[in-house]
Ligand binder design. Sequence first.
Ligand code: SF4
Length: 353
Amino acid sequence: MYLFQEAPLAELMYLADDLRRKQVPHGKVTWQIDRNVNTTNVCIANCKFCNFYRIPGHSEAYITDIDTYKRKIEETFRWGGDQLLLQGGHHPELGLQFYTDLFRKLKELYPTIKLHALGPPEVAHITKLEKSTHREVLTELKKAGMDSLPGAGAEILIDRVRRLISKGKCGAQEWLDIMHEAHKLDITTSATMMFGHVETIRERFEHLVKLREVQSRKPENAKGFLAFIPWTFQDADTLLARIRGVHNLTTPDEYIRMIAISRIMLPNIKNIQASWLTVGKQTAQVCLHAGANDFGSIMLEENVVSAAGAPHRFTYKSIQQAIKEGGFEPQLRNQQYEWRKLPEMIEEQVIDY
Ligand code: SF4
């Protein structure tokens, strides 16, 4: 907290940059092409920062059908992508069988597609519906084709905060327990933090300590959290903003400080990702000199954070250009942070939404 509030920004950046060079000596900035596809927008969790969900029975409620997956996966391949980020709401009637059938079907149709799927809150929800255990649910999801588990729904891993903004989601300890169980099953995961709303500065750093502690308990051969991605609350039209008057006041300086301190406080998580989607290109570029080594995905069809006002977009060309302008060589990667070659035939996505 002292460093965050008092240290000169240049000194924090210098130290974090030095640590990034030690952790990731190749010096390139990695990025990815994947597509967000939502399994369903039906949700009973009622998070106060979410504009995406619809209650059961709503006229705009949907469950994505297989023809839509087919079209979206084929477009994803044409746009150079290799992965779906599959997430959705807490549908009260969709249990484990729904997801295992879906994953098996997608893998049968497209054996090379990677599924970065669900998140601890959805695993907790399915576990509750099935009256099962996290371990059993994760084991079945992995067997059905889940390749990795995103760190979604972490927000701030403190129950005081979660009661205020996402009461319907799993609590902080359950989120951490599910990640630990995933690590024991050798499922790779990522960790996130959404900040800039009702949390205190201390709670942000308690969040980092909890992540570091879970990572330190992973089995030696497991990769555990591959990356940490802090991003800022997007407030447009959210209940938090409208009813409670909570707005995201995070400045670029504050975001860069969070990136630098994340690098300093998380020596056991190799990759730190700058969230260009929420803070914009220029701030994200500065983060590359403040401990971040990854620019994340171009997120074909991002529609959850965007629904709350995140206005930024990249194509496969413009993300590489942005990394170069930031002073680094771009390197395409997959979800495991292994390098990929950019496909020779690739269509540039038209950004029209
Ligand atoms: S953030 Fe996720 S869990 Fe929360 S209301 Fe939206 S869809 Fe539901």
